[in-house]
Ligand binder design. Structure first.
Ligand code: MN
Length: 197
């Protein structure tokens, strides 16, 4: 069973196309019109060991908000599509990720009920031209469109670049585990005593 997805979304504000393969890492092809956002999305593919292609153009002459939120929507839909009925997956994933002085913990559950806890507190509003409040919009859109419970917890951190980048790496590692096929489960198993996620 191929766990892949292809999602496209076009509005007057953004044009986004994402291809995702949960099981086969290929060197990421990430291209958006925000350089720091490219840097973050590359962490997701690389540390998640996903095949990830993202082409996203947004109306950044207004600001990066539409681009980043809408990419979160389409990435959420891509994970939802690739996970299908969420059979035989590990379901839960947790990862503590250090980056110099920063320590971020992600805990997630690939249930279908959306919930986001997010407490990143970068002390700078801007990293170059990147607005440090936008990762919250990205993960909220991702959570609501994929359907998952995601906790991103800043344990400590000083540098805004480290805090944001470490959060993407931490989510990538937790997603990698939670999405993984668990060979100890039967092929049609749904890991819930309720029988559905
Ligand atoms: Mn960096």
């Amino acid at each position: 069973m191929k766990r892949t997805a292809h999602q496209k979304r076009q509005t007057k504000e953004t044009q986004i196309e994402i291809k995702l393969n949960l099981d086969e890492f290929t060197e990421n092809k990430i291209s958006t019109n925000s350089a720091f956002f490219n840097h973050l999305l590359e962490q997701l593919g690389k540390h998640g060991l996903f095949g990830l292609e993202i082409q996203a153009i947004g109306d950044i002459e207004i600001d990066d908000h539409h681009l980043i939120e809408d990419t979160g929507i389409v990435l959420g839909l891509a994970f939802k599509e690739a996970l299908g009925e969420r059979k035989q997956i590990r379901r839960y994933g947790s990862a503590r990720l250090p980056m110099d002085e920063t320590l971020i913990e992600t805990d997630l559950d690939l249930t279908t009920r959306p919930f986001l806890f997010y407490n990143l507190q970068p002390k700078r509003e801007w990293i170059g031209s990147f607005d440090t409040s936008l990762p919250l919009e990205f993960w909220r859109a991702f959570v609501n469109n994929c359907g998952l419970n995601l906790h991103i917890n800043q344990i400590r951190g000083e540098n805004a670049h480290h805090i944001i980048e470490a959060s993407f790496k931490s989510v990538a590692l937790a997603l990698r585990t939670a999405c993984e096929i668990d060979p100890r489960q039967k092929e049609d198993s749904i890991i819930s005593t309720k029988g559905v996620l």
